[in-house]
Design a protein around this ligand. Structure first.
Ligand SMILES: [Zn+2]
Ligand SMILES: [Zn+2]
Length: 274
């Protein structure tokens, strides 16, 4: 059975994310395990953890977490780097308590220091975090290619994979970001080239998002499935490639904009190979 769901809110309590996913008939989900727009982490009670784990066992939904937005693990500023690694470790510890095996993080911005430096910082951050917390894997997400970004080329992801050995480094591919950075994901020859550089087995999750702008725009603007420039034919072709359809697939699309959340998830499921 395909593992498909969407990013859902944790408003009112972490465990409510499972109720929201069940209501959507989802088999996968993504959540933030802390405030996505701040540095601070409110305490997580043992009761909240237990409630979350219980619903996880009951529903068997495949769950991944996403890092908050402020940390920048590509930073060459030692203070901001330290703070970012500390946040990565804290988020991993929280995932471990919650029984979440995968934490998605962006690779960040090199802030005019050059991509090579940025990539070295990312590798250092990942190594340090993996040394500090066991059981949880880090999934590096590809970027759309805004100025100074690290991770917009598949080569960037492969470079970190070369630097960090270990089973707990994986990748999350965002279709909107791939398309925005110029990868036509409907073409299998493009995918052949991508996965010639990055081991497809290391890709554990897919962010299935349509794009509000055309191929190569470098803009990170998610559209509802089928309502953007990627379109359903390209998604069908992408999902048919290799083992892509067996990954954890999560939508991060606008809520109830062009289509209801329920209908969008049904549509996304229908794009999988039969
Ligand atoms: Zn992301
Ligand atoms: Zn994403």
């Amino acid at each position: 059975m395909a593992l498909v769901g969407r990013h859902v809110s944790i408003a009112g309590g972490l465990d409510l994310a499972y109720d929201r996913s069940v209501a959507l008939d989802a088999t996968a989900m993504q959540i933030f395990v802390t405030n996505p727009r701040g540095w601070s982490m409110s305490a997580l009670s043992d009761e909240a953890v237990e409630a979350f784990r219980r619903k996880g066992r009951q529903t068997k939904i495949a769950t991944i977490a996403h890092m908050p937005y402020l940390p920048n693990i590509a930073s060459s500023n030692s203070e901001s780097f330290k703070k970012s690694v500390a946040s990565l470790i804290e988020n991993m510890e929280r995932c471990k308590r919650l029984d979440i095996g995968y934490l998605v993080t962006h690779m960040g911005s090199h802030m005019d220091q050059g991509k090579e430096k940025g990539l070295a910082n990312v590798a250092r951050a990942v190594r340090e975090a993996l040394d500090n917390v066991d059981d949880v894997s880090i999934l590096l997400e590809n970027e759309a290619g805004h100025k100074n970004s690290v991770g917009d080329r598949i080569e960037d992801l492969a470079a970190v994979a070369d630097e960090v050995d270990g089973k707990r480094l994986g990748f999350c591919l965002d279709t909107c970001h791939l398309f925005a950075s110029g990868y036509d994901i409907g073409k299998h020859e493009v995918l052949d080239e991508m996965f010639g550089k990055l081991d497809i087995k290391k890709v554990k999750a897919i962010h299935l998002n349509d794009a509000m702008k055309d191929l190569g725009s470098n803009l990170d603007r998610h559209a509802n499935i089928g309502y953007g420039y990627i379109g359903n034919d390209r998604f069908r072709s992408f999902l048919k490639y290799g083992e892509i359809a067996s990954k954890i697939v999560v939508l991060e699309t606008p809520v109830d904009l062009e289509i209801s959340e329920e209908d969008e998830l049904t549509l996304a499921k229908s794009l999988f190979p039969k």
